[in-house]
Design a protein around this ligand. Sequence first.
Ligand code: B1M
Length: 215
Amino acid sequence: LPLWERLERRIIDGELVGIEKDLDAGLAERPALAIVNDTLLAGMKVVGELFGSGQMQLPFVLKSAEVMKKAVAYLEPHMEKSDDDGKGRIVLATVKGDVHDIGKNLVDIILSNNGYDVVNIGIKQPVAAILDAAEEHRADVIGMSGLLVKSTVIMRENLEEMNSRGISERYPVLLGGAALTRSYVEQDLAGIFDGHVRYARDAFDGLRLMDAFMA
Ligand code: B1M
């Protein structure tokens, strides 16, 4: 297979052995981020489709996710970093009950490389832990990720908890993840939230919205 197809195939097949060599060859031709966005994410998309249609079993999805994570970690030092610093601080978490963190961690990388201070508190985070971290680290923004349909309900509950604690205006909220839609976040959730909540389609959208929040 040609290089780009081979790399995409490695994600789909969960094939780690020899991936560094392919990534090095890729880096000679394209920026690290383009490899993530155009090739590796394309592979994860196929994995999602195969899993969703019952053609791939969970342990294989896990293998694909591991290869994806290792590939991103390998590419990260090659990603462009801006000289900006201290543009603002975000507490980032995957919400309660949800283990998906590849997208969240990409958001972490993109924001960190573009001058933001990211406090990434991990997966399955209950609202109390997220709000404690925001207070402790004096966050400017709270970012929540979640891929399960259930997580969209949890996000709503988290916003309601912020309302009831009277802290909604203190922290603008950025939401992302495959089960969300812009209209659910910016109409439905915005309708019940006393502060600002925005939807980020991808990590770059997240960066753009962060810049807007901090402007
Ligand atoms: Co899961 N999983 N999974 N899974 N998994 C999905 C989400 C699913 C859609 C697959 C499918 O059925 N087609 C489905 C959810 C269905 C639903 O809720 N209706 C699903 C399911 C069902 C499950 C389990 C329940 C399976 C089971 O146990 N029977 C289980 C859930 C466990 C749990 O959470 N409690 C489960 C487990 C897993 C693995 C552990 C095997 C693995 C995760 C490994 C890991 O993350 N460490 C996994 C994977 C890999 C997937 C798919 C295939 C790929 C997800 C991914 O990493 N995509 C996924 C299919 C899909 O999403 N279509 C699927 C790449 C990633 C970069 O994209 O995270 O969307 P994403 O992030 C994007 C944007 O959304 C955005 O930026 C990123 C790109 O730039 N973004 C943000 C995300 N967060 C953001 C936050 C922001 C801003 C932007 O600001 C705060």
